[in-house]
Design a protein around this ligand. Structure first.
Ligand code: ATP
Length: 235
């Protein structure tokens, strides 16, 4: 079943046409990645899906309901959570308080079991649950941002550049977690500049260049694609 359907969206920042007539879809249980260089429009697409930016054309359908024009917090309560670029955790709050904030769309009775599930997935967060988020390492903050999104029990999780600013060892850890979530059945839309890592965990990928989709294929095919290798995988 197609969970998310994006059709012919166009997004502008003033005179800048950042997203040009883009269409793609994510099926239930899939990990789909959007790859492309800086400024290709990846973050703009995610922000448009999550209701922070608007497309004046086309449509965005999530679980058979149109979501274009629906306020961002209502989109979250329908089961679509975004882990923003740069993580944006609440720096003054503890790990556990951040996680609790992630459950704001859920009934109170779900908070404790939600925490338990997230702590199972991220033992590091459990160890640090009383620590103020601002003192966590970059990788731990990324885990916290992912854990916070999971607290809303998303049907689809959108990750914006989870590897950004992380040391290689932490990048590996974050991608291992993405694989674990995938195996557990979470549907994921992953935006990444680290195309090699993204394609290594994804089922399918879309290659973006200056606001357009250049090509789409199964991830393993893109990993072997000569143009993709040259442009995004370092030859
Ligand atoms: P990166 O990997 O560097 O985050 P991206 O693929 O996510 O890049 P976007 O952030 O979506 O790219 O940006 C797409 C284009 O829109 C870029 O040319 C960018 O300069 C422009 N843009 C993004 N945000 C704004 C803004 N608030 N005002 C004006 N232009 C913007």
């Amino acid at each position: 079943m197609s969970m998310l359907h994006v059709e012919n969206i166009n997004v502008y920042y003033g005179a800048i046409h950042a997203v040009k007539d883009i269409s793609f879809h994510v099926d239930e249980g899939e990990v789909v990645t959007l790859i492309g260089a800086n400024g290709a429009g990846k973050s703009t697409i995610l922000k448009t899906i999550s209701g922070l930016l608007h497309s004046h054309t086309g449509s965005i359908t999530f679980l058979d309901q149109k979501i274009a024009g629906v306020p961002a917090h209502k989109i979250v309560s329908r089961g679509l959570a975004q882990v923003p670029e740069g993580r944006q955790v609440f720096l003054q709050m503890t790990v556990e308080e951040n996680l609790e904030m992630g459950a704001y769309t859920r009934p109170g009775s779900e908070v404790a079991p939600g925490l338990e599930t997230v702590y199972e997935q991220f033992p590091r967060l459990k160890e640090r649950r009383r620590q103020v988020a601002g003192t966590l390492s970059g990788g731990e903050q990324q885990m916290l941002a992912m854990g916070r999104a999971l607290m809303s029990r998303p049907k689809l999780m959108m990750l914006d550049e989870p590897s950004m600013g992380l040391a290689p060892i932490l990048v590996e850890q974050i991608f291992e977690i993405i694989q674990t979530l995938h195996k557990a059945g979470t549907t994921i839309l992953l935006v990444e500049q680290n195309a090699r890592m993204a394609l290594s965990v994804a089922d399918r990928g879309y290659v973006l260049e200056t606001g357009r989709i250049l090509k789409t294929a199964p991830a393993h095919t893109l990993l072997e694609d000569e143009d993709v290798k040259k442009a995004y995988l370092g030859g």
